[in-house]
Write a protein that binds this ligand. Structure first.
Ligand SMILES: Cc1cc2nc3c(=O)[nH]c(=O)nc-3n(C[C@H](O)[C@H](O)[C@H](O)COP(=O)(O)OP(=O)(O)OC[C@H]3O[C@@H](n4cnc5c(N)ncnc54)[C@H](O)[C@@H]3O)c2cc1C
Length: 444
């Protein structure tokens, strides 16, 4: 063992005693990660060598934050990322797997770059609890990890209780959500393949805010695109709790009317209350029951379970309030919540692009605070959401958000952003470049 490696392991053990608890595999991952810091040799960060940032969740927010804390601290601050998944599976582009033009392997990427290129210690586990007073998180497998700053990006949790019978229907695989890309995405595609020509696919959308405002409408297009090619007598029903399409409404409606005439039907004001999975029926607060061959019911959503369980979801018991300048929780010091779990500022969507933007602002604030530097008083966020309306054509909506110190919130910059005039193949090129770029920015 060389000098650097020995010192690193000593520092890790001293920093919180978790390295011994987690076993030698992790300890050597930690050592190689910090080895990169030792090799940079040009660090300007003055954070103490044992400073640790713990990131909970390796999705769009967490993985980006992990990389950027390392990078912005000149690889000096130790970063441990806890994520249960073997690989990163992207929700953006996952609707194309349902449409049949892409496969799961197209949206699955390794975490390896975070460790090998950026020296992040990636731990395959779940965080079971967080004690923000003691600055310790406990892993589902038992060991504890101490931290100086914690980044919480656990995504969303389904509010199963809002739609009676839905959790059981999900557990037995009859009614899927596929709102976290992974095995359910592949299983929902199988349900569509097994559906007879002339059958009905129904997607049920909860009231906003929910993860990815245009996502359900893009999905309806993708399923219709598959039906048009393979099962042309079939139907796509969109049953929306909102009074109208919540994102890119005029564009989506034009596509449904012109590209999928007679195939896609949109019904607003349909708030689901129950499913009778055995009979393939969904029930609504006011409207008549609907029967469909494939039911894709999205219930209302809230912050990821660990955020709720830790008492951080202080906005309507659903979302986590944060100081938007730093993304520090409004309840827990040194806990920074980012991504879909937060209470959003006006016109801020729950999107991958936004989670990536939150992560960079939070990472910069964390590195500044740990070094005793001033935090950026005027952070900016950007967002672009592309939607594939078939295998080859895309529409987008974009916005720029600035932190307004006087109001302590983000607001969209007047005149920024925009909306497509209509679907084009050129925008599909942009969408693919966006996906490749954000995957690299997050993971490579
Ligand atoms: C079908 C679909 C299409 C979409 N398309 C787009 C798009 O085109 N563009 C766009 O910008 N956005 C899109 N989105 C939205 C985007 O995927 C989310 O907004 C984004 O993933 C949010 O990032 P996050 O980090 O908050 O959550 P996630 O990316 O879901 O990451 C959360 C991670 O936390 C982990 N985790 C949870 N609990 C724990 C715990 N206790 N311990 C450790 N780890 C934990 C999970 O395993 C997960 O990997 C789409 C979403 C869907 C469903």
């Amino acid at each position: 063992m060389n000098q650097n490696r020995r010192e690193v392991l000593k520092a890790a053990a001293a920093a919180g005693g978790w390295a011994s608890g987690l076993g030698s595999g992790l300890a050597s991952g930690l050592a190689s990660g910090l080895g990169i810091a030792a090799l940079t040799g040009c660090a300007t960060s003055s954070a103490p060598a044992s400073t640790r940032v713990l990131v909970v969740g390796g999705g769009y927010g967490g993985a980006t934050a992990a990389k950027y804390v390392r990078w912005l601290s000149d690889y000096k601050i130790e970063v441990v990322l806890v994520e249960p998944g073997d690989a990163f599976v992207s929700c953006p582009i996952s609707n194309l797997v349902l449409g049949g033009s892409r496969t799961m392997s197209d949206i699955t990427l390794p975490y390896a770059g975070l460790a090998t290129t950026h020296g992040v210690t990636v731990v395959k586990d779940m965080v079971a609890s967080i004690d923000s007073a003691k600055k310790v998180a406990v892993l589902a497998s038992g060991p504890s990890i101490g931290y100086d700053k914690l980044v919480l990006s656990p995504g969303i949790e389904m509010m199963w209780g809002s739609v009676s019978g839905l959790q059981e229907a999900n557990a037995n695989g009859r009614v899927l959500q596929a709102w976290k890309a992974g095995p359910e995405t592949a299983a929902l595609r199988k349900q569509l393949e097994a559906m007879p020509d002339g059958g009905v696919y129904a997607i049920v959308i909860p009231e906003a805010p929910y993860r990815c405002p245009p996502g359900p409408y893009e999905r309806a297009c993708q399923v219709a695109s598959y039906f048009k090619a393979a099962k042309p007598r079939s139907k796509v029903l969109i049953l929306d709790a909102n009074p109208d399409v919540t994102s890119k409404g005029a564009l989506f409606k034009k596509v449904w009317a012109e590209v999928y005439p007679g195939m896609v039907e949109y019904r607003g004001q349909h708030k689901a209350t129950a499913v009778a999975a055995g009979a393939n029926i969904v029930k609504f607060e006011v409207q008549d029951d609907v029967k469909a061959d494939v039911l894709n019911v999205l219930p209302p959503m809230r912050a990821g379970a660990i955020a709720v369980r830790s008492g951080l979801a202080n906005m309507n018991a659903r979302w986590c309030g944060v100081n938007y300048q730093t993304f520090e929780s409004s309840l827990a010091k040194d806990v920074h919540v980012i991504g879909d779990s937060i209470q959003v500022a006006p016109a801020m969507p729950k999107s991958a692009h936004m989670a990536n933007s939150h992560a960079k602002v939070a990472a910069a604030a964390i590195v500044a605070e740990l070094n005793g530097w001033a935090v950026n008083p005027a952070p900016m966020l950007t967002n672009t959401c592309y939607s594939f309306v078939d295998a080859k054509s895309v529409i987008h909506v974009a916005s720029v958000h600035e932190y307004v110190a006087a109001e302590k919130t983000f607001k969209t910059v007047a005149g920024s952003g925009g909306l497509s005039a209509g679907p084009t193949e050129l925008e599909a090129n942009y969408a693919w470049n966006w996906a490749r770029t954000i995957w690299a920015d997050t993971l490579a």
